[in-house]
Design a protein around this ligand. Structure first.
Ligand SMILES: Nc1ncnc2c1ncn2[C@@H]1O[C@H](COP(=O)(O)OP(=O)(O)OP(=O)(O)O)[C@@H](O)[C@H]1O
Length: 350
């Protein structure tokens, strides 16, 4: 049966157990053409196992993974549909890059001319006659990518492709993958570091211990992380009152006695306290930190929490269970008790 040519990757309720180890649990997500999707999670999260199931190298315990609507082994001409780079791929050390590519090109019926094209695409033309055994890790990554590109595939699946690349190589890879997606192709790229792929990806699937923690557009994840303005005031209660009167309702105390205001700028707060005549000793903006959120989402503490409290794996734009302390447990949507009387301390304690 023919595949549908859609360029779509669909992972549906995918699970894999290795004996007692649940490597992947009920994972679901979709990758559409024209986008780069980051598949993120710490070491051991289940990324490689998932990609190996997608590529027909590991049999799922449950669920399905398809490319163009078919499991990998049912794609008639897989090299033209999907190109993949998995971790620790070996090259014959004595074979030159060009000869390595010629062997693979012959195996999938690609012409020798394609070998020269892919060498150019990955920037290895100048090193084509050097033995792969002498290549740096970064050059080996490029050669592996060139091999994946031989069939001019619609879909690219790359496991930790930034490993071993120097900063220049990372920028090169980012531009390459974005251009590839702009051609209407599909790119799925795994990493254990959000910062490494943050500028490359449009969509993100974050997993930890084989379970989805977040699945959706990166922008949405970013905008969920509001910056906060931290204010140290002589009279926090008066400050909270003024903030709420000024329409800043997302106000919370910090452990060090400051008042955190969400959805505000330093300037807005500065103007407000000046107008209200409130003495403040400091106004500081705390920038949203995506890396911190990623760490929280994938931390072991978080992984120990009940799974899927919302009844199933997250849909697109959806979350797994909230990370600890998120949203903050102490949040003054209304004035803290005690302050309305004009006396008593912060939260009615003083
Ligand atoms: N063949 C196997 N036999 C037994 N356990 C396995 C096997 N392959 C993977 N695992 C286990 O499954 C879990 C997920 O591993 P996997 O390699 O998929 O994670 P990963 O997210 O790719 O991590 P890394 O970046 O370290 O490769 C780990 O606990 C790992 O030890």
């Amino acid at each position: 049966m023919q595949h549908d040519g859609s360029g779509r990757i669909v992972v549906q309720n995918l699970s894999k157990h290795f004996g007692p180890v649940a490597a992947v649990q009920n994972l679901s997500f979709e990758v559409r053409p024209g986008s780069v999707t980051g598949f993120l999670g710490p070491n051991g999260a289940g990324k490689t196992t998932t990609l190996r199931m997608l590529l027909g190298l590991v049999t799922p315990s449950a669920g399905v993974a398809t490319i163009n609507g078919r499991p990998y082994h049912q794609l008639g001409n897989p090299a033209q549909v999907v190109g993949a780079v998995l971790e620790n791929e070996g090259f014959h050390p004595k074979r030159s890059a060009r000869n390595h590519l010629k062997v693979y090109a012959a195996a999938i019926g690609a012409p020798d001319q394609r070998v020269e094209e892919v060498l150019g695409l990955v920037g290895l033309s100048g090193a084509a006659d050097r033995r792969a055994g002498g290549f740096s890790l970064g050059m080996r990554q490029r050669l592996a990518l060139a091999t994946a590109l031989l069939g001019n595939p619609q879909v690219l699946v790359l496991d930790e492709p930034a490993n071993g690349l120097d900063p220049e190589g990372i920028v090169w890879l980012r531009n390459f993958l974005r251009a590839y997606a702009r051609e209407g192709r599909t790119v799925l790229v795994s990493s254990h570091l959000l910062s490494e792929v943050e500028q490359t990806i449009d969509q993100v699937v974050i997993i930890s211990h084989g379970v989805t923690r977040y699945y959706g557009p990166l922008d949405q994840l970013r905008s969920s992380q509001q910056s906060r303005v931290l204010v140290q005031a002589a009279d926090p209660n008066a400050l909270v009152k003024a903030l709420q009167e000024g329409g800043f309702t997302q106000v919370e105390p910090t452990p060090d006695g400051r008042v955190a205001v969400l959805g505000a700028t330093r300037q807005q707060i500065g103007d407000l306290v000046a107008k209200a005549g409130i003495a403040v000793y400091g106004i500081e903006e705390e920038r949203a930190d995506l890396e911190k959120l990623f760490f929280q989402l994938t931390s072991p503490q978080y992984a120990g929490m009940p799974q899927q409290p919302y009844g199933g794996p997250p849909q697109q734009g959806g979350w797994g269970p909230p990370p600890p302390g998120y949203p903050p447990q102490q949040q003054y949507q209304q004035a803290p008790p005690g302050y309305q009387q004009g006396h008593g301390g912060w939260g009615g304690q003083g």
